[in-house]
Design a protein around this ligand. Structure first.
Ligand code: PEP
Ligand code: MN
Length: 350
């Protein structure tokens, strides 16, 4: 059950609810509602006579299974990394090479994507590759290069972690820890990053339902890490013309269901360089809080995912168009059209 407390509820009210839950051996947790109030989430129910105390605003026995990720009791979460706000007004651009391949190439890519308008640098040091014989990433050396790129450019960095035992190492270097599509249901890994006090970007599993994705986010939130960013990166479909199918409908759908920020990845979502720009901008038009793009100065030479990697000029163009779309969507008409006018315009169109 969920109990919502008003902003002016005394701490004794939440303490009494948590004590009552603990006496009945029902795990319970609290989370701010983003408006100064508190959400108390209890696995199971408390009897009515224990649900009193000043400041109780609502008692909900029926709710979605992803209690902490749900938008039922919290409108929006903004994740702040350095001076970048993810889930705020402006679309955020995360860009960089698929894999970190060396110090010089990463530094060159970092400066180039920065100049093209990126806010956050991406790059894989531990790579989940379909073949065990493919390049698996530079490991900790890659993380060191990433930290150097952050120092030189001032951009926060995001990189993937694949194993619970690597979480401490990756978190030491990364500003945002990335969980890849292949690990969305790796529950020990989700639990482990739930213990971090650092943002986590959770990619949607390539065959996962939106509800399963939100339940995975719930694992991280339940560990006390409230800084979760969702990333739609395409799902498996039947047409080999694209690598995956970027599920744009999942963006407004997730927006309706959760308060967490949502990013789209048009690179993995298409697998085709020439489609990345259109789908990035479409993602922003669908309401995403930002984009996650593979970009570097020499895309053709990339060891991994060359076919979907764009160059900095194209990234610049995507950033420009994304900002225009985001601004256009935020524009309030100073003189809203009257209904009659809309109808008149419609009849002209007929
Ligand atoms: C990546 O972004 O580097 C990556 C491997 O993506 P995904 O997990 O979506 O395949
Ligand atoms: Mn990739």
């Amino acid at each position: 059950m969920i109990i919502t407390l008003a902003a002016d509820a005394p701490t004794s009210t939440s303490a009494a609810l948590l004590d009552a839950a603990s006496a009945l051996r029902k795990p319970a947790r609290t989370m701010p509602d983003g408006l100064g109030g508190l959400i108390v989430a209890i696995d199971g129910s408390l009897p009515d006579d224990l649900l009193h105390g000043p400041g109780i605003r609502g008692v909900h026995r029926q709710h979605r299974p992803y209690v902490l990720a749900s938008r039922e009791h919290r409108e929006r979460t903004v994740v702040t990394v350095g001076d970048v706000r993810i889930g705020g007004k402006d679309p955020v651009v995360m860009a960089g090479p698929c894999s970190i391949e060396g110090r010089d190439s990463l530094l060159r890519a970092a400066h180039a994507v920065r100049a093209a308008g990126a806010d956050i640098l991406r790059g894989g040091a531990f790579k989940p590759r379909t073949s065990p014989y493919s390049f698996q990433g530079l490991g900790e050396n890659g993380l060191r290069y990433l930290a150097e790129a952050r120092e030189q450019t001032g951009m926060p960095v995001i990189t993937e972690v694949m194993e619970p035992d690597q979480v401490d190492l990756v978190a030491e270097y990364a500003d945002i820890v990335q969980i890849g599509t292949r690990n969305m249901s790796n529950y020990p890994l989700l639990r482990r990053v739930g213990q971090l006090r650092k943002p986590v970007l959770l990619k949607r599993g390539m065959s996962a339902r939106v509800e399963e994705w939100l339940m995975s986010a719930e694992y991280i939130l339940a560990g006390g890490n409230m800084e979760v960013i969702l990333c739609e990166r395409g799902i498996r479909s039947f047409d080999p013309a694209t690598r995956f199918t970027l599920d744009l409908a999942a963006v407004p759908l997730a927006r309706q269901l959760t308060h967490l920020p949502i990013i789209v990845d048009p690179s993995h979502g298409t697998g085709v360089r020439s489609l990345v720009g259109s789908m990035a901008v479409a993602g922003i038009a669908a309401g995403a809080d930002g984009i996650f793009v593979e970009a570097e100065p020499n895309p053709e030479q990339a060891t991994s995912d060359a076919a979907q990697t764009i160059d900095p000029d194209e990234l610049y163009e995507i950033v420009r168009r994304s900002r225009l779309v985001a601004e256009a969507m935020a524009v309030q008409l100073s003189q809203p059209l009257a209904h009659e006018e809309v109808r008149d315009l419609a009849s002209v169109a007929d």
